[in-house]
Every structure is written in structure tokens, then in C-alpha cells.
Design a protein. Structure first.
Lengths: 747, 243
């Protein structure tokens, strides 16, 4: 059979790519081979547009045990233990089928972690949706949250934190990024390699069906009005099956009978066979007729490309088969031998013995196309960076602005979301969601781990380089506020269509900025995920490079949370407020603008701040800490008070340089200047905190006192906000619920 | 003394119950796989939380057929203390060891949060260390914890003092606001007529250390130790004797 141009097009391959396939094989491919190439060379699997840029990121360091290239990265956390973590996107499936799309996203990242021999102990997620007044957005939002909950709760891994933001650009293309962290002993980390000729290759887990065929290709294309027709390309999750797989695999891994293991995620059996072979410098020979199938009449093409969930591929040491099979039997799973490892470095696929595909593994992996795509600075940037406050007319009063920003769904309480996640199972969660970074203790040690995922897409849109730096800094600062030393990061780079030079420029600049920040803050990136083509009808999402940072807390009893703890404590501000309203939540909420330059970031100052926070936490000087991000100082102060019954009375100096007349108060309250943290300290230790900050050259100022049942803010002695805590909590707690209640009332 | 923690496929709070008994309380604890046919001389049996067999049918509906459940039935019949937590409570309902059934939460959503429950009965092996009327702060984490029983069953439960825990406010008053899931009569936990089998939706094993926000749940485990050591409730040895 010869392959026509139309067939090549339908596989999302260019004519040039097709020619490369013919060159690699030295003949025309079979249809099965074409299918295999198309998924492995898709953007999702090959990183063909992004790889040249990703190579510039810092990925090594004394604590790094595993960098990019495996199923997940790993860093040393002491006591011979490793934190194994990664973040991954499931954006496209979640738009088409929110519940299953999000659920299977959770399932996929969990498999990546336990595949490494680590027991998953925590999940986080980073979500983006359009504005909640759109009923379709509410449906997507509710479906995604229920899907994450349905899967994570059932499998028994706590979702300990995350972030949710809302912006017009995500209306037709939500972002669903899920982070998972697991713990393994250093010497028990397992890799996804196939080696040792003659070693048997096993398939275990759910049966293969026709679901998800070409999922990876779908995730590598833009959406249009026909996207709903792609629903069959979304998989259906079975968390119970995954729970069995998780327990059985961890039990098998303890036996040392395994050579390597990999989950079947994107591109299913295809990706797991050729990647394992490629890493081990070996070949893999499988017969698809042996693969357990859920449907009848499946072709080799369909079996190789299916993305049915909850499936694993393993290479077992010859002679140890019975031992491995017995463990899976215990869990009512049936490990099936589907082939063996060979020496010829090829992926050979048979159907009842007859060879239907035979491809050198490197052609699918290392030698996949790499593009240095053209880039050009977007035309919008120069204009969007101009911000003239004077042209905005008279701003609202400080109190009114405060109430409006506080009630913005991006800023307000996410209780509606996290209440649906089991965040306490495994009894390690030291900081509950909404109280700061996610913090879990490590039983059997004195330590705890803090983790946070962050990104402000507006900042990246306005200046991709600085925006990505700010994302790294915010995630690391959140972790530092808990008293942790940030030691490793993972990223999930969500952008539009890389074939557009303006999008590619955003991507490249963001990666550069991220790399520079990670180098300066000494936080290596150990892996991650790239999600491109996040566009609907030609409109891209805000560029959203989400950063997940993990930090170690040496003494789990010294964990610091966001909330004030005692009346009479001194409120202190670490860092300085500058007149920086560019890209702020205030500008978006009150003026409907995404404009200006994002806040400046001094990475030396930022790193010094982490040292102050770590020392302040371990010495017990700092009693609470909350970083200033969306909504600025005014919102941060509210976050320190909410849920504690403690109000506060503060007096802050006007932002410098003094903002344009009418906006002086607004800028002082809502500027999103970086490297700032509000801490509370015992009044007796105020001097010690000053001394600590001075030693690290971090500006510090006492701005007020914890007390009363109101939040009272004055600027240079002039009262600007005075509101009861009850009213503030009402606005903050009901902002998201409100949209669902109104919708119900109308219905 | 020894706690047995039954592990069904899909149990996910088994580790937490085991940790509370062994590390927090300092007692012996052993996992018992659901296919086993012996409780291995345990003094107390815990059916932990989770999603046994995936709970795709009705919560607990398949777990009650697991081989170990025959042993749990026998153990309960001779007065051995059995505690079902969350999914374990649902399994006890399906197994007929406790009356009633679970509906989806009235919010139609999974809910994970701290709630307050009042101890209404202290003559069970899991509450004898509590004060009558004591209000405990313990988390819930479930999608189907909306307890339902027919009116005549409910009347009987009240008459026999089988309602062990009720969702209340801080003053111990069972208000609608303090009812997280719509359970009839604000019922959070029950015992059988013999009072040795107790089930509750909240997770005491998650509230055994102040570092986790509350240590009130430890009272249930301490009660079990007290009950067994005082011989108030028969142990596995009684089971053996009964055979």
C-alpha cells in the first residue's frame, strides 16, 4: 500500500516530515508505522519546537538525583530519601470533556511518579478558566474540579494546594496542570529502561480499547468549532485500577526483579516501547495480538496508538517472571508477557507473529525532528507596556477598590474548590489548603516538604522574560514563607501555536527568563512538560509558564503559616513597595486593563529574602508569613487576618517613587512589587527580626499591630481602609460560590 | 493489645489507622488483606476509609463479600470491638452489622473539612474514654455520607441509644448549619444493639496529633485500649473460645 498525501496530512505530519520517515526507514512506511511516527513526532511527545530552548535551562546541582529525560525528576532531601516530582498538563482533553480530561490528567502524573519507584504523597494543581459569568466556563470549571477530586480522592493521595486564576483568554482553552510528588529511597529509584537481551516485556493494567487514539496529536493542534467532535480522543479514567497498579507496582519494585518500567501515557504502547528501548540502547519486540483488549477487531495500528489509561509496560529479569506474576495476581491484576528485549535497537511490532512495523528506536526518539522555529517580537508588546494612569480618570476610593479586588475570583478564597479535594488523607498535611504553600511532613524523619505552583500569565504576556522570572520567584517565595529552603523545580509551559513567530518569541523569552531566575536562586529544574497550541479560533491563551517549586523544612515543628496568631503581635513588612501597578489585579478588576510593565525583580534581594524567612522560621522569630502577590499589600494583609479572628491596624508609607497624584493611595495598596512578605512577630523579638533582615540586606519595617476585629489601614497617618473582619471574610469567602448560587437562582 | 486494620483493594486510609494505633498510641497493629480468613488474634478490628473495590456500584456493596468479612461477622457476633471509619462504616451498613444506608451528600459534592461531633453515648468500646456530651473536632472526607434510615428504624436507634455521634455546633446543639451532608437526625455515627460495633463518617485517625490540627480523634483509639484492657468488651480470645 502506498501512502497518499491526504493520509499524511491527516496524521498531522508535514510533507518534509514524511520524507524524513522514508529516509529513516529507507522505504515507504506501513500505515501502522506511519501512525507510530505521527504520535512520536507530535509536538506533545517530541518537544520538536521547544527542545532547543529547554536545553538552556539549569538542570543540575548537588541535590539533583535525576534531571529531565526520565518519567520524573528527583532531588535529595536528606535521610537517604528523594523527592520525585513533576507537573503535567491535560489542557486539551479537559476542554473537550472536563471531568474525564482532568481526572486522567491526575492519573497520568501519578503514574509518572510511582513509575520511578516513589510512593506519591501529595498533589497540587494549577488551573485557568475564563470568567465565571459565562455558563460554559462554570460547567468546565465545575467539571474539572470534580474530575480532579474524583480521581485523587479515590486513589488516596491528598491534594494539598494549588492555584486557580480566571481570565478572558482561557475561555475556550482552560489550563489544567497537575503536580505530583512522591518519596523514594535513593537506591530504590527505578528508571524507564529496557535492557538485557531476552528479558521478557510485560503488559499490566487495564485492557486496551479504542479510546484516546491520536490524543497526542490532538494535543498538538489548535481548537476550532469542530473540537467537540474530538471527544472520542479523550480517555476515561479508572482510579480504582490505578490504585491497584500503584500498590502492586510498588510491591514488585521492592523485589529487585524489575529491569525497568514505564507507564503508557500519551502515545500509549508506542511511546513506552520505543522510549524504554531507546534509553537502554536496546530493541523491543512485541506481539500486539497478546495485548489484552477491551474491544474486538482492533488493528495493530489501533492497539499501538490507543491511549487507554492505567496501563504499564515492564521489563522483568529473566527467571523472575513467576515472582512478578504472583504479586500482580494478589492484586487481581494480570501481568501478560507481550514480547522481549532484543539487541538490534529496533521497535518491532508483530501481529500473530507477522511483522507489521519495524523502526529503529532512535528515529522515533532522539532523532525526531527538531525545529528552531522563527521568532519575532509581538507587535502588541510595545503598546501594552505603556501605562498612563492619568488617562484612566479618577480612581475609585481605596475602600471600594479593596472590596472589588478582594471579591475577584482570582484573589478570593478557593474553598469551593479545595473542599472537594481530600487534602488530609495519609495524615501528613501540616498546612491546610488556603493557609500557604502545601506542606507535608515526612513520617519517620524530622523533616517536612513545602511545595507551591505559581504563574501570573498577565506578567508573562506583558514581558515574557520578566514574567517567567516572577513566576519562579513567587513559587519559591511561597515555599520560603513556610520556612523551607527551595531546592528544586518543575515547569509546565502553556503557550499558543509555536508555528506563529510571535508565540515562539514569547516562549523563548520566557524560557530564558526562567533559566536566569533558577540559576540566580539556585533552584534547578528537574523536568516538566510543554503544552503548545493552546488556542481556540486563532486566539492564544495568556502565555502561562507554571512553575512548581519544592522546598525542604528541616524541622517539621517549625512550619510557618499565613495567618496571624496572636493579638498584640507586631506586623512587619519585609521588602519595599514601589509604584508598580503594571499588570496588576487592580488594573484588570477595576479598569479592565492588562497593561504596563510587570514589577521589577532583583534576584539577589529575592534570594536574601529566602534566607531571612528560613532563619526566622527555624529560630521561631517569625510567627506567620504571607507573600504579597495578586492584589498587593492590601489583599495580603486581609489574607493574614481572614479565619483568625484577629484584625490588624497598620500604617504604611506611600509607594516610591510617589505615584501620579490621584493614584498614590491605589498604587501603595495594590502595587504588586515583588520580594515582599508580611510577617508577624512577638513584639519582644522585633529588634532581633530587624537585625536578621539587616544582616541579609533586606529592608524591614514595622507597619502595625495585630488586634481588634477590623482591618484598619492608613497611609502616612491618613486612614484609607477601615472595614470589619466579618464583612471582609464574607466578600472573600463567597466570591466564587456566588456565581453558582446566582446561576441556580436564575435556573 | 492488637489492632487489625483490614485492607480492601481500594482502601486508602489503612496506613493512617495503622499509624494512629501503632505510632501515636504505641499499640500493636497489623494489616489484614481482605482475602485472608483470619483476624490473627486481634483485639480490635478497624475497617478503614477509602473506596473499596472502587465503589463504582454502591459504597461498600462489594467489600462485604470479601472473605475476611465472614471473620469480622463472627468477631462482632461474640462481642469483639469493630470500628468502621467512613468507607468502613459504609461496609458495615452493607454487611448488615449496622442499620441504615448512605445517600450522596446534599451538596452533591465530595466534602473534606473539619466538623464538630458530639459524643452521645459513652458505653461503647470506642467512646468510653470520652465525656458524655463532649464535642470533638474531627475531619470528614466523603461524597456519600448522608445517612438515611426509615422512620421506624430511626425511632428504634434513638430508643436503643444507638446514635453515638451527632454533627453539632460548638455548644453541642444539632443544628442544620452544623450538618455537613444532610444526614437524618444529624447522625454522624452509630453502634449496634450489642454496642460493640461502631461506625462513623468522620475520620478520627486524621485527628490524633495537634500537628494535624486536632488530637480529639485519639479518644476513640484510647477508648478501645481502655475497653479491651478492662475486659469491658470481649476480645479475639473470646472468638476463639466461641468456636
Amino acid at each position: 500500500m502506498t501512502i497518499g498525501d491526504e493520509v499524511v496530512d491527516r496524521h498531522g505530519l508535514t510533507r518534509e516530515e514524511y520524507q524524513r520517515i522514508v529516509d529513516a526507514l529507507k522505504r515507504e512506511p506501513t500505515l501502522t508505522e506511519l501512525g507510530i511516527f505521527s504520535v512520536m513526532w507530535s509536538e506533545h511527545c517530541s518537544y520538536k519546537s521547544s527542545r532547543v530552548h529547554l536545553k538552556t535551562l539549569p538542570t543540575t546541582g548537588p541535590r539533583v538525583l535525576q534531571g529531565p529525560g526520565e518519567n520524573a525528576g528527583a532531588v535529595d532531601i536528606g535521610d537517604g530519601l528523594a523527592a520525585v516530582f513533576k507537573i503535567e498538563s491535560h489542557n486539551h482533553p479537559s476542554f473537550i470533556e472536563p471531568y474525564q480530561g482532568a481526572a486522567t490528567g491526575v492519573g497520568g502524573i501519578i503514574r509518572d511518579i510511582f513509575t520511578m519507584g516513589a510512593r506519591p504523597i501529595a498533589l497540587l494543581n494549577s488551573l485557568r478558566f475564563g470568567p465565571l459569568d459565562d455558563p460554559l466556563v462554570r460547567r468546565t470549571f465545575a467539571g474539572v474540579v470534580a474530575g480532579i477530586a474524583g480521581y485523587g480522592n479515590s486513589i488516596g493521595i491528598p491534594t494539598v494546594g494549588g492555584e486557580v486564576a480566571f481570565d478572558e483568554s482561557y475561555t475556550g482553552n482552560p489550563l489544567v496542570n497537575v503536580f505530583c510528588l512522591g518519596i523514594a529511597k535513593h537506591d530504590e529509584i527505578i528508571k524507564g529502561v529496557a535492557s538485557g537481551a531476552g528479558n521478557p516485556v510485560y503488559y499490566v493494567g487495564a485492557k486496551t480499547g479504542r479510546d484516546g487514539i491520536h490524543g497526542a496529536t490532538m494535543a498538538s493542534a489548535e481548537f476550532d468549532e469542530k473540537s467537540a467532535e474530538k471527544r472520542p480522543a479523550v480517555q476515561v479514567g479508572d482510579p480504582f485500577m490505578e490504585k491497584l497498579l500503584l500498590e502492586a507496582c510498588l510491591e514488585v519494585m521492592k523485589s529487585d526483579a524489575l529491569v525497568g518500567i514505564q507507564d503508557m501515557g500519551a502515545a500509549g504502547l508506542t511511546c513506552s516501547t520505543c522510549e524504554m528501548g531507546s534509553r537502554g540502547g536496546a530493541g523491543v519486540d512485541i506481539d500486539v495480538s497478546l495485548v489484552p483488549q477491551r474491544e474486538t477487531g482492533m488493528t495493530p495500528y489501533e492497539i499501538m496508538l490507543s491511549e487507554s489509561q492505567e496501563r504499564m509496560l515492564m521489563v522483568v529479569k529473566r527467571g523472575r517472571e513467576a515472582e512478578v506474576e504472583r504479586i500482580f495476581e494478589k492484586w487481581d491484576l494480570h501481568a501478560v508477557r507481550v514480547g522481549e528485549v532484543t539487541t538490534d535497537g529496533k521497535l518491532r511490532v508483530r501481529n500473530r507473529g507477522e511483522v507489521v512495523a519495524e523502526i529503529p528506536n532512535p528515529a522515533l526518539t532522539d532523532d525526531a525532528p527538531l525545529y528552531r522555529r522563527p521568532m519575532s517580537e509581538p507587535t502588541y508588546i510595545k503598546d501594552a507596556q505603556q501605562l498612563s494612569l492619568a488617562s484612566l480618570g479618577k480612581p475609585p476610593g481605596a475602600l471600594e477598590a479593596f472590596r472589588r479586588v478582594l471579591g475577584s475570583p482570582t484573589v478570593a478564597s478557593k474553598r469551593w474548590v479545595y473542599r472537594q479535594y481530600d487534602h488530609m488523607v495519609r495524615t501528613n498535611t501540616l498546612v491546610l489548603p488556603g493557609m500557604g504553600a502545601g506542606v507535608v511532613r515526612l513520617k519517620g524523619t524530622r523533616r517536612a516538604l513545602a511545595m507551591s505552583v505559581d504563574c501570573n500569565g498577565r506578567f508573562v504576556y506583558l514581558d515574557p522574560y520578566r514574567g517567567a522570572q516572577l513566576a519562579v520567584a513567587e513559587a519559591a517565595r511561597n515555599v520560603a514563607c513556610a520556612g523551607a529552603l527551595p531546592i528544586g523545580a518543575t515547569n509546565c509551559l502553556n503557550f499558543g501555536n509555536p508555528e506563529k513567530p510571535e508565540i515562539m518569541w514569547q516562549f523563548a523569552r520566557a524560557v530564558e527568563g526562567m533559566g536566569a531566575a533558577c540559576r540566580a536562586l539556585d533552584i534547578p529544574i528537574t523536568g516538566g512538560n510543554v503544552s503548545l497550541y493552546n488556542e481556540t479560533d486563532g486566539r492564544a491563551v495568556l502565555p502561562t509558564p507554571v512553575v512548581g517549586v519544592v522546598g525542604v523544612i528541616e524541622d517539621a515543628s517549625a512550619v510557618v503559616q499565613r495567618a496571624f496568631r496572636s493579638q498584640g503581635d507586631a506586623v512587619m513588612l519585609l521588602g519595599e513597595t514601589r509604584d508598580e501597578l503594571g499588570g496588576s489585579e487592580y488594573l484588570t478588576v477595576v479598569h479592565g486593563l492588562v497593561r504596563g510593565r510587570p514589577p521589577a525583580l532583583d534576584l539577589t534581594r529575592e534570594a536574601a529574602l529566602y534566607r531571612v524567612l528560613a532563619e526566622g522560621a527555624s529560630s521561631g522569630l517569625i510567627r506567620s508569613a504571607q507573600d504579597c502577590s495578586e492584589g498587593g499589600l492590601a489583599i495580603t494583609l486581609a489574607e493574614c487576618c481572614i479565619g483568625t479572628g484577629c484584625g490588624a491596624r497598620v500604617d504604611i508609607p506611600v509607594a516610591t517613587p510617589v505615584a501620579a497624584g490621584a493614584f498614590a493611595d491605589i498604587s501603595t495598596l495594590f502595587s504588586e512589587s515583588s520580594s515582599r512578605v508580611i510577617v508577624s512577630v512577638n513584639p519582644d523579638s522585633e529588634a532581633e527580626v530587624r537585625e536578621l533582615a539587616a544582616r541579609h540586606n533586606v529592608p524591614v519595617r514595622r507597619i502595625g499591630v495585630v488586634g481588634g476585629a477590623r482591618i484598619q489601614v492608613s497611609i502616612d497617618g491618613r486612614s484609607v481602609i477601615d472595614e470589619s473582619l466579618g464583612e471582609i471574610e464574607r466578600i472573600w469567602n463567597t466570591a466564587i460560590e456566588h456565581y453558582f448560587e446566582v446561576a441556580r437562582a436564575i435556573a | 493489645m492488637k489492632f487489625a486494620v483490614v485492607v480492601f483493594p481500594g482502601s486508602n486510609c489503612d496506613h493512617d489507622a495503622h499509624y494512629a494505633a501503632q505510632h501515636v498510641l504505641g499499640q500493636q497493629a497489623e494489616y489484614i488483606w481482605h482475602k485472608e480468613t483470619s483476624l490473627k488474634g486481634a483485639d480490635v478490628v478497624i475497617l478503614p476509609g477509602g473506596f473499596a473495590h472502587g465503589d463504582y456500584l454502591r459504597t461498600g456493596a462489594i467489600a462485604r463479600f470479601s472473605p475476611i468479612m465472614a471473620e469480622v461477622q463472627k468477631f462482632a457476633a461474640v462481642g469483639g470491638p469493630v470500628l468502621g471509619i467512613c468507607n468502613g462504616f459504609q461496609v458495615l451498613l452493607e454487611a448488615g452489622l449496622l442499620p441504615g444506608a448512605m445517600l450522596r451528600n446534599r451538596s452533591v459534592k465530595f466534602q473534606c473539612e473539619h466538623v464538630l461531633i458530639k459524643v452521645e453515648q459513652t458505653d461503647t468500646p470506642f467512646t468510653i474514654a470520652c465525656r458524655p456530651g463532649q464535642v470533638l473536632r474531627i475531619p470528614i472526607a466523603h461524597g456519600e455520607g448522608n445517612f438515611y434510615a426509615e422512620p421506624h428504624v430511626l425511632a428504634q436507634l434513638e430508643r436503643n441509644r444507638q446514635v453515638v455521634f451527632r454533627y453539632t455546633n460548638a455548644e453541642g446543639v444539632a443544628t442544620d448549619d452544623s450538618n455537613p451532608n444532610g444526614s437524618v437526625g444529624n447522625i454522624a455515627g452509630l453502634c449496634n444493639e450489642q454496642r460493640n460495633v461502631v461506625g462513623l463518617m468522620p475520620h478520627p485517625e486524621r485527628a490524633c496529633e495537634m500537628a494535624l490540627g486536632s488530637a480529639d480523634g485519639l479518644l476513640l483509639f484510647e477508648s478501645a485500649v481502655k475497653a479491651v484492657s478492662e475486659g469491658a468488651f470481649s476480645t479475639a480470645k473470646a472468638v476463639a473460645a466461641a468456636r
